[in-house]
Design a binder for this molecule. Structure first.
Ligand SMILES: [Zn+2]
Ligand SMILES: [Zn+2]
Length: 336
């Protein structure tokens, strides 16, 4: 009899997300909803069936958000003249360092990269080549940069996104450890508490090969036309998370810094440093560790590293521009 009830409860949860979940699922959803209270939520979180990147079928939560941060206006990215100071540009990440993209940085690129082919500005006027239209951002903000946009500062503005643009995350309620770690270039790293995508490393080699740079704003974010505004670095903009998703408790969380997001495999992501400003101890290749008072979680990579997370230890869920798509991460070669 008991078995039948469990089976029916499972069936209800699977076929009518949001209407009937088990109590523990309802508690998790509440926790998740609180964590993402600062996000611009379109729908969810709700419980859905999902197939993770390693083929494991399990239970996920689904959350659809817009890509607009609610507490600040993204940008700026590209200065328009080499005379401009850092307030007119964003940042660039190189060799573990964060560099202000001000006019002087653009003017100095040939020396910075030891390559005289860099020339992003007009030598007479100091005006910088930057993508200032939807069409130019479309042509330049992609791995195979249109040759017409070599030697450009590449930026896409949030207003180029359709008004109803949203991104849907499907993330396991309980992480399912993978046989081996997977690169975040495929799945992205996760989602920040404000609903903004925490992406994998930016494809810097392709960008630089075209003598372009695609700066991030001071919060570590920029826009592409697929997922909208997203982060490649965690900076001080994400230092005020209001809650944790568990299982690391708020007390333990204070010791480990702040939970700034949730990884695509369902593990928590904390700030780069511990609460007392020290480096987290014994991090593995994916920036994760376990402690006496805290179950396994990640710490975000240093802002200059261009890797919020380089890899995931457990199977990843799905991220999609299609809110109605069923999540089968094992069938997807990765987003474009
Ligand atoms: Zn990007
Ligand atoms: Zn920690």
């Amino acid at each position: 009899m008991k078995i039948a009830i469990v089976a029916i409860a499972g069936w209800i949860a699977a076929t009518a997300p949001g209407l009937a979940q088990t109590q523990s699922q309802a508690d998790r959803l509440e926790e998740i909803a609180q964590f993402f209270a600062g996000a611009d939520i379109v729908s969810g979180p709700s419980v859905v069936d999902c197939t993770l990147s390693g083929g494991t079928k399990t239970t996920c939560f689904q959350l659809t958000v817009t890509t607009d941060p609610q507490t600040y206006t993204p940008g700026p990215w590209c200065p328009s003249n080499i005379s401009q100071d850092a307030s007119h540009g964003g940042i660039w990440l190189e060799d573990g360092e964060v560099h202000d993209v001000d006019g002087a940085f653009i003017a100095n690129l040939a020396e910075f990269y030891g390559d005289t082919d860099w020339q992003l500005f007009d030598a007479q006027t100091g005006d910088i080549n930057f993508t200032g239209t939807l069409a130019s951002c479309e042509a330049a903000a992609r791995p195979d940069v249109d040759a017409a946009y070599n030697n450009y500062c590449v930026q896409c503005l949030p207003e180029y996104m359709p008004d109803d643009a949203s991104v849907t995350y499907v993330i396991p309620l309980d992480p399912q450890p993978a046989a081996r770690a997977s690169q975040t270039g495929m799945s992205g790293s996760g989602i920040a508490y404000n609903g903004i995508r925490l992406d994998g490393p930016a494809p810097v080699d392709a960008i630089l090969d075209a003598h372009t740079i695609a700066p991030f704003d001071d919060c570590g974010g920029h826009v592409n036309l697929h997922v909208g505004y997203h982060y490649h670095a965690v900076t001080t903009c994400l230092d005020a998370s209001p809650a944790t998703t568990g299982p690391v408790s708020a007390d333990a969380a204070a010791e480990h810094g702040m939970q700034i997001g949730l990884a695509m495999d369902g593990y928590q992501i904390f700030s780069h440093l511990m609460g007392d400003g020290s480096d987290p101890a014994d991090l593995d290749a994916c920036n994760g560790h376990q402690a006496d008072n805290a179950s396994y979680h990640y710490h975000a990579g240093e802002a200059g590293s261009n890797a919020i997370l380089a890899c995931l230890m457990a199977e990843a869920g799905c991220v999609s521009e299609d809110a109605d798509a069923a999540c089968d991460a094992s069938a997807r070669p990765g987003r474009p």
